[in-house]
Design a protein around this ligand. Structure first.
Ligand code: AR6
Length: 234
């Protein structure tokens, strides 16, 4: 059961087919604008799984950065994605987004695989973010492994042309070649790799629980991600 987990909807409505249904967020720019045509960035919650970043702190930062993005002029949408309806981070962010009156046509949460948002969920997202590793390498589990695997070798090659490594808090925009299945099947034209702060002692650059540094790096990561998205829109 995958689908829209809109900030205003209950999880029961999230199981319905999204495409063309009343659950589909309507265009906020005017009624004549199809939501499908609105530039949309789908992103996972950076650092909160393998990198073990505190979910409560991460949810505050996501909502803060989303608000900052939406306060700027433009007609793009942001979608926070996770695999399960039981996702703690989706639930925290949804609750906080409602409390802060964030426009749910421009920001919502969605349950599904970020590599199958259109084919399985009916949600068109032209850009997706990846919670990457510093080497920008495929594999390693989590969303990174899923995105590199779904995109095929085209993503690895296109990534290498842009960067060979990433510093925590930074992002790199990679245009996806049209021969990638993610492009042809899902309509994804760009992947933005983001490296978040790491609190997992078994991974490189562990911050050993230093949340002063960690929160700054996570803020920087979302700023770089959303700036990268804006650079595609220009
Ligand atoms: N679709 C949507 N969301 C997903 C998917 C998916 N296919 N897979 C995982 N998530 P993580 P991190 C969610 O661990 O914590 C990698 O090994 C997941 O539930 O992928 O930043 C890299 O190589 C969670 O909410 O990223 C790095 O070394 C979110 O994506 C390291 O993990 C991020 O989980 C990065 O760790």
């Amino acid at each position: 059961c995958r689908g829209l987990d809109n900030v205003s909807s209950s999880s029961s409505t999230a199981c319905k087919e999204v495409k063309g249904s009343e659950n589909q967020p309507k265009g906020s720019i005017g009624d004549d604008v199809s939501p499908d045509s609105i530039p949309t960035l789908a992103f996972p919650s950076i650092s909160t799984a393998d990198f073990q970043f505190n979910n409560e702190k991460a949810s505050n930062i996501i909502v803060e950065k989303v608000e900052e993005f939406l306060n700027k002029p433009g007609n793009a949408r942001l979608v926070l994605v996770d695999l399960s309806h039981g996702s703690k981070i989706l639930s925290l962010v949804r609750t906080k987004a409602i409390q802060r009156n964030i426009d749910m046509k421009k920001f919502f949460t969605f349950v599904g695989d970020i590599t199958q948002l259109y084919s399985q969920g009916g949600l068109r997202c032209n850009v997706i973010a990846n919670a990457a590793n510093w080497r920008l390498k495929p594999g390693g589990g989590g969303v990174n492994a899923a995105i590199f695997s779904a995109a095929g070798p085209a993503l690895e090659m296109a990534t290498k042309e842009r960067a060979s490594s990433l510093m925590p808090g930074h992002a790199v925009v990679v245009p996806l070649p049209s021969n990638s299945p993610l492009y042809s099947r899902e309509g994804v034209s760009h992947v933005i790799h983001v490296l978040g702060p790491n609190m997992n002692p078994r991974r490189p650059n562990c911050l050993n629980g230093d949340y002063t540094k960690g929160c700054k790096i996570l803020r920087d990561a979302y700023t770089s991600l959303f700036d990268g998205f804006v650079s595609i829109l220009r």
